[in-house]
Design a protein around this ligand. Structure first.
Ligand code: CA
Length: 228
């Protein structure tokens, strides 16, 4: 049974989500703030965290950032829940390291669909062979990425994006195609989300100048290429 941890200080939402998740066959735990969330996660690592943005004390965004930085939780799938629906908020939310973003009010059905999509993506497996380009290597089995032997920590979406690029080099993909291949068909995500994750991926690869492999092709999309 997959374990979902909800971090939410609003009781009504906590109850509604808990009921829906248990009905959908998940095990469910609820905590009301970031400090309790950290204790829960340390005691028993969940399969996915639903994280309310507006929490008393440390915000959901800050907690997401912190989880991404720690080795144990760097690949833990995170969905942000928020009443804030502005495009800028969405981008900020995803930049914090969250894998998806759900705006309140949401229906239990929508939330479950998003949870299932994120879980599917985080456990999806493709070919087994490690890929390597000029010292940039990715092992799909161990989920390890390294640059000239130095390990790189990537969040799950960036990992899948890089994996897709490295398995399809020298081809241009539109944002829509990347969404289909990396996020999955039928998942409701805006195309701008792709840019956010590309930016995060470039930032991680930029530590050793590998960001130049992720090339923007004007009015077409993105391409992975070891050539200039
Ligand atoms: Ca709240």
């Amino acid at each position: 049974m997959q374990k979902i941890l909800l971090v939410e200080d609003e009781k009504d939402i906590g109850e509604m989500v808990g009921f829906a998740l248990e009905k959908a066959g998940f095990s469910f735990r609820l905590v009301a703030d970031a400090e309790q969330a950290l204790l829960e996660i340390a005691a028993d690592l969940p399969d996915l965290v639903l994280l309310d943005w507006m929490l008393p004390g440390m915000s959901g965004i800050d907690l997401a950032r912190r989880l991404r930085k720690e080795e144990l939780t760097s690949a833990l799938p995170i969905i942000l829940l928020t009443a804030r629906g502005e495009e800028n908020d969405r981008v900020r939310g995803l930049e914090s390291g969250a894998d998806d973003y759900v705006t309140k009010p949401f229906s239990p059905r929508e939330l479950i669909a998003r949870i299932q999509a994120v879980l599917r993506r985080s456990t999806a497996q493709g070919g087994e062979d490690a890929l390597e380009f000029d010292g940039l290597s990715l092992d799909p089995v161990s989920h390890r990425v390294s640059m000239s032997g130095e390990p790189v920590d990537l969040a799950p979406t960036e990992f899948r994006l890089l994996y897709f690029f490295m398995s399809h080099p020298e081809r241009v993909y539109s944002r829509e195609q990347l969404l289909d291949h990396v996020w999955g068909r039928g998942v409701f995500v805006e195309e701008r989300t792709v840019d956010v994750h590309i930016r995060r991926l470039r930032k991680a690869l930029g530590k050793q100048d590998y960001d130049r492999y992720i090339q923007t092709v004007r009015s077409a999309g993105y391409r992975f290429s070891a050539r200039h």
